[in-house]
Design a protein around this ligand. Structure first.
Ligand SMILES: [Cu+2]
Length: 182
C-alpha cells in the first residue's frame, strides 16, 4: 500500500471516530435560525437576529463575519436611566445545552453595505466564530428581509430609529411647533 493510501485511511478513521463521538454527545453547538432586516435607507446599517443552540460545553461567540458585507458588529441594546443605547458587544456566552438569542431590543448584529448581489439573492452567508475547538466557525445563510418600514405598517420599531430617533423626533417637534405658531 502506498503511504498516501495509508494516510487517507487514517484520516477517514479519525473522521468517523469524531462523528461517532459527536452523535453520542447529543445536541451540537449550532446556529439554528437567523435573518437580516435591511435598513430603511441604503446608508443605514441592516440589523441581524439569530439563535444559537449550545452543545455539551459552554462556549462564547466572539465574532460574526460576512465576506459579502463591508462591516459587521455585535451590539447590545441597554437601558440606562430610561434611555436605550447600543453598546458594542465583544463576546456573548452560549451556555452548555442552552441557547444564545440575538433579537429585537436586545443583542443584535449591525451590518454595513451588504453586497448588492447578496441582497438580490435574498441571503447573506455569515460565519459565526466561537471559542471552542480553536475558534470553530459555523456557517449560516441569513435570509434578508426588506426594511420593516417598507413592509406592512405597524411593524416593530425600525432599528435605525434607535440611533437616529432623537434627531428625528426633535425635527418633528420643531415642525409641529412651527405649524402651531402659524
Ligand atoms: Cu446596534
Amino acid at each position: 500500500m502506498k503511504p498516501f493510501a495509508i494516510l487517507a485511511l487514517a484520516i477517514t478513521a479519525l473522521t468517523l471516530t469524531a462523528c461517532e463521538e459527536n452523535l453520542g454527545k447529543g445536541r451540537q453547538l449550532n446556529v439554528v435560525s437567523g435573518h437580516i432586516v435591511m435598513g430603511a435607507t441604503p446608508d443605514r446599517p441592516a440589523v441581524g437576529y439569530f439563535r444559537v443552540e449550545g452543545g455539551p460545553q459552554p462556549v462564547e461567540l466572539v465574532a460574526v463575519t460576512a465576506d459579502l458585507a463591508q462591516r459587521v458588529e455585535m451590539h447590545e441594546s441597554v437601558k440606562e436611566n430610561g434611555v436605550v443605547t447600543m453598546k458594542p458587544l465583544l463576546r456573548a456566552a452560549v451556555p452548555a445545552k442552552g441557547e444564545l438569542v440575538f433579537k429585537q431590543g436586545g443583542k443584535h448584529l449591525m451590518i454595513w453595505n451588504i453586497n448588492g448581489a447578496a441582497v438580490r439573492a435574498g441571503k447573506l452567508p455569515m460565519a459565526f466564530v466561537f471559542t471552542n475547538n480553536n475558534n470553530e466557525r459555523i456557517l449560516f445563510d441569513m435570509v434578508i428581509k426588506p426594511a420593516e418600514g417598507a413592509a406592512a405598517a405597524g411593524g416593530e420599531m425600525d432599528h435605525g430609529a434607535m440611533d437616529h430617533g432623537a434627531m428625528a423626533k426633535g425635527t418633528e417637534k420643531a415642525a409641529a411647533s412651527d405649524a402651531a405658531k402659524k
